[in-house]
Ligand binder design. Sequence first.
Ligand code: ADQ
Length: 770
Amino acid sequence: MTSIGSPSFIVMENSVLFHSGNSHIRLPRFHSYGSRGRSSLDCSPNFSKCGFLKVADGENFLGLFLDGEKMINRGKCVRAIGKNDAKGDDGDESEDRIQATINKSKKVLALQKELLQQIAERKELVSSIRNSITSSEDDLLSYNETSKSILNRDLASTSGGDSDGESTSGFTSGKYVPSTGVNIPVGVEGEKEPERNLPLEQVPSNMNFQKKSKTTSLEEFRSERVPSFHSKAPETSRPEEEKLEELAEVSLEDFTHEANGAPVGEHIESPPLAGVNVMNIILVSAECTPWSKTGGLGDVAGALPKALARRGHRVMVVAPLYGNYAEPQHTGVRKRYKVDGQDMEVSYLQAYIDGVDFVFIESPLFRNIENNIYGGQRVDILKRMVLFCKAAVEVPWYVPCGGVCYGDGNLAFIANDWHTALLPVYLKAYYRDNGLMSYTRSVLVIHNIAHQGRGPVDDFSYVDLPGHYIDLFKLYDPLGGDHFNIFAAGLKTADRIVTVSHGYAWELKTQEGGWGLHGIINENDWKLKGIVNGIDTKEWNPKLDVHLTSDGYTNYSLETLDTGKSKCKAALQQELGLPIREDVPLIGFIGRLDHQKGVDLIAEAMPWMVGQDIQLVMLGTGRPDLENMLRQFESQHHDKVRGWVGFSVKVAHRITAGADILLMPSRFEPCGLNQLYAMNYGTIPVVHAVGGLRDTVQPFDPFAESGFGWTFERAEADRLIHALGNCLLTYREYKESWKGIQKRGMMRDLSWDNAAQNYEEVLLAAKYQW
Ligand SMILES: Nc1ncnc2c1ncn2[C@@H]1O[C@H](COP(=O)(O)OP(=O)(O)O[C@H]2O[C@H](CO)[C@@H](O)[C@H](O)[C@H]2O)[C@@H](O)[C@H]1O
């Protein structure tokens, strides 16, 4: 928070020139001010320097307040700081300073002029490049009659959206009809290739275009000097005048700094980490924490976008609205989409949290299934995903966030698992095949290849695509012959494929690991990359964990590990009704109860385990037989074992904090998040060395005192017993080594920041791929 002391002002027609110490800044005058005695604070959501004026008497300004902490936070309310009389206590001295400011502003205007000249030159260069691209790709870009008529329809601006609720999109006689009132982004016109303001960063780097020429382009200037603004329109859809206006709005201080080489004022935000590569990114997921979660996908959808936003990208998450969520507000936008021949209406809600736009799609199909997201008949699930993907792919056109739609230029979708694997296909079939959304890319992330959206070939009729698209979905299966496979089509169509660890990227290409899709994955190896998941270090942090603030639990850190963790362990033992003993190793398991998670291996090892002086708590839901098994473990070994059947985020956090050891005998594990959470809480993982578990848990080496846990090479009970036995021995006999492992785990950087940077590289590669 920046405190501005004894400031003085010049009130101009449309702005207020503010001067204090060495700082100068121009702020727009807010229409909401000027009322007598007004004392509340207000802000301009679109203004880069989010200023606050307090007025007591007509046009006499009493105070001006700056949000110096994070100026790009739209709508973030700040406390009032600083106060001064408009005429100033400084009298003449103040007048002089103001005069000086005016002089400086003149210099700045001269600078601006020069910049505009450079921009004009740069524009000329870009348009000549664009012309050459257009002429060489004429064939590719010529539209068929259908697309011409689509383009001729509604050429309204990208902002605002259409809320008439009357439009329907879908395929009629093999031709896709976008929803009535599609807001084709500005620049899409008439019968030719849409005229677009190709942003500078969209020019492929290999085009010999001097990206880093001596003169500075507007884009470069903006990205280097001005923080990225959440509510700004995508570059492609904004007229040049608007950009210039924005340039003029950049504070005087920025310019005077440029001119004088003076120190940067406190209110200048550092440039986005992504630099000139900032993009609009829309992650589409069937679940998203904290609103909906059945497993790790929800965690990723809730956290990765925030890390991407921290790098300066404009980021949105699109998810279905399953329940009544507190945060999102109705946008007033409604649309209709055809699903299996029926018109389905959807509406859109939106919330802006931690730099990310969360957009929820509301439909009776999604209502009240938060506990059964993937439940129901195969065809019902398929219809839900068809509706979700059809609606999601058009969100950038219809749903204004911070007042402005994302638009389809410089845009990349991140789809996740088979549930949204239709999105890349729709993007291609409905739009890119018709010359629309040409600058939009899609990346498909594989979190779990075991679930693929399979069905009989006849299911193709539900996805509403032109007939020839069936080849993308058809897959031969040695058991069932030809079948319909949504994941297969998504993998073939997406511009890039990501999976959640390096180990899993390798496994996917094998017959055992690819679950029938290894052929397709091998064919598309060139676009596949493994990126290890991160963790949400706010949500899963023993220091901040909100689930550790009651019932005897406590927050702790590396410094308070011994006392804090012991307290959490005792609280967990008490909550579970286990004997409260500091010296007994407490082992935890958290996960979906299915074949993947290797619960049966724990069952096999159970006789050995209960023969040890240990305690075991297992939390999970899933296959009914495995749920029953958990209940049986508890009733048979009530003094040592608890089987908690249910889905409880709170209990998951508490087990992670209170347990000494986390067991993950997964048969396959694309990445695994629980072992990462465990390490961050000083809980030692014992894992089957597979997929992401192998990538993230380097085995303990007692000679080098290195490593983070114990691993076993084969998913077999005796291997598990061997690894767990060594772990228990170290717990009991080698306390210092144990502490070392705990501390190394807690000191690791497990945040999403690294992964976000890697995702950015993938998105960029997709963006420049034609
Ligand atoms: N009963 C319960 N109560 C409360 N919380 C529970 C729970 N059961 C599971 N969870 C939570 O769900 C998440 C599970 O995440 P994982 O990554 O371990 O597995 P999942 O197989 O679902 O995810 C897939 O996607 C993720 C994300 O990419 C990959 O890491 C993973 O390998 C892949 O299988 C964790 O946050 C865990 O705490």
